[in-house]
Design a binder for this molecule. Sequence first.
Ligand SMILES: NC(=O)c1ccc[n+]([C@@H]2O[C@H](COP(=O)([O-])OP(=O)(O)OC[C@H]3O[C@@H](n4cnc5c(N)ncnc54)[C@H](OP(=O)(O)O)[C@@H]3O)[C@@H](O)[C@H]2O)c1
Length: 324
Amino acid sequence: VRQVEIDAYGGLDVLQIKEREDPAVMAGEVLIDVTYAGVGLIDAILREGMLPLPLPFVPGLEVSGHIRAIGEGVQGFKIGDPVVAMTLLRFGGYASVVSVPAQSVLSVIDGVDLKTAAGVIVNFATAQFILGDLAPVGAASRILVHGASGGLGTACVAIAKAHGVKQIVATTSSPAKTAYLKSIGATTVIGVKDLKASLEAEGIDLQFDIIIDPVGGDLRTESFDLLALRGKLLIVGGAEQGEDIAFSSKAIWLNNYEIIGVNIGGMSNAEPARVAKAGSIVLDMIATGRLSAGPIAVLPVEEVGEAHRRLEAKEITGKLLLQF
Ligand SMILES: NC(=O)c1ccc[n+]([C@@H]2O[C@H](COP(=O)([O-])OP(=O)(O)OC[C@H]3O[C@@H](n4cnc5c(N)ncnc54)[C@H](OP(=O)(O)O)[C@@H]3O)[C@@H](O)[C@H]2O)c1
């Protein structure tokens, strides 16, 4: 197996490509010959040691490719099947061969290719899990999505649109991406400075039923004040990597707010079928033309450092993959 290993926290130079012995397929798992591995900001956060993992480790939350071997007790797959998998439990996606628990593996159905499947599986499944399961949306839901031009942000906008939501407000620190965000379904796009004033200038009520926040910091503090009665604030990440913040429990109590943490990895450990269902819904929506995957850029695995650089420089719109 060819894999990207991190054996010390740090900058781009800690991403090392190593040749190791192929892993064996384990009981209850399938062994996948990887074609594409997804790159996400979480990988850069882990590389820097902001959320320390035991060293050494291979980053990567998602892969697509073909089944090479099937472990004991696994049913429903055959060798050579095209599949997409969430490697959320122990990371390890940046590898040419990977063994994944079968419950986190989905068949790549007709109408979806391997690149699209790897490009959508984690971010779009997370978005579908949020908007279809944790905070189910309807046409009348008033939604605010932060970090909208990122992988998870674009997925949330696109999934909200696919569910027929009429008001999807997106914030972005990259104003050049406004036209793109509107093209995928955002009804209003605003900057991250002076949130309330920007919303008022657009004639938008300062009341949201669902706020999705992968960024944190001041945006999170301001978002709390923008919740409608019974509003849900979904804390899904910390792209800004700033200080943690606190909320008023009294305000949560009196306004029936729901503050919901979303960690798709932890959820995939606790309830894999629920997460896989969200993934299947996404693949089906793409295959039937109800959802567009958005831009997916591909770099050869040798350019993994460049991939992390682009991500941290916010140069990516949509999803970035490594090809093996
Ligand atoms: N909870 C989960 O299960 C789950 C699943 C997937 C991702 N995530 C989390 O969601 C966050 C975004 O992940 P992603 O893969 O979507 O990343 P990404 O593609 O790099 O997008 C991150 C976006 O956040 C915004 N941003 C604001 N401040 C930033 C900063 N200082 N550095 C970089 N980006 C900044 C940018 O959007 P604008 O330019 O539009 O502001 C950027 O495009 C991460 O914290 C990740 O861990 C969580």
